[in-house]
Design a protein around this ligand. Structure first.
Ligand SMILES: [Zn+2]
Length: 170
């Protein structure tokens, strides 16, 4: 991953993120995300276009992202330069793994996973932010635990933008 990378959609800059700001920003973004899920009414499970996820699908994806990145951070804290598991984001949706998720499920699980991710990140032993690992077999870039924390934050803030866009598209 280039340290100069900037998200073309939301403007997020990975290299601009410090470890100390990740917990509060993850909490703020996921709290706002949950508010949208719970207030969206019938828009929550409607796709604005066939190729664009619903608010509920984005929420289930974000929940799984927080699980997945947390596991990579824990593994990279223990093993030297492991390779993280790919999340296979599209297949989770197309195989129907999210079809039984209700807005209430996704809201409570996002709250739990956000809190757990934050506690894990805050509990990292001193200096572990610089430990390196390969992000996944699908995205085989060498990254640091700090970069993975920033990536989790990016997913929260970027997909919050996505679901707000859904509200205006529907
Ligand atoms: Zn983005």
């Amino acid at each position: 991953m280039s340290s100069e990378a900037t998200c073309a959609v939301c403007g997020f800059q990975w290299s601009a993120i410090s470890a100390s700001e990740i917990p509060q920003r993850v909490k703020t973004a996921t709290d706002s995300f949950i508010d949208v899920v719970l207030a969206a009414g019938p828009k929550v499970d409607t796709r604005p276009a066939p190729e664009r996820w619903s608010i509920l699908e984005y929420g289930a994806h974000l929940r799984d992202v927080l699980i997945s990145i947390r596991e990579r951070i824990v593994t990279a804290s223990i093993e030297d330069e492991p390779t993280g598991d790919a999340i296979h984001r599209e297949e989770r949706v197309s195989l129907g793994f999210y079809k039984l998720d209700s807005p209430g499920d996704v809201a409570s699980e996002l709250a739990a996973l956000s809190a757990l991710f934050v506690r894990t990140f805050q509990a990292l032993p001193a200096g572990y932010e610089t430990r390196e690992f390969v992000y996944s077999p699908v995205t085989p870039a060498k990254v640091t635990i700090l970069w993975a924390g920033a990536q989790a934050l990016h997913e929260c803030e970027h997909h919050l933008g996505d679901i707000r866009d859904n509200l205006s598209l529907l």
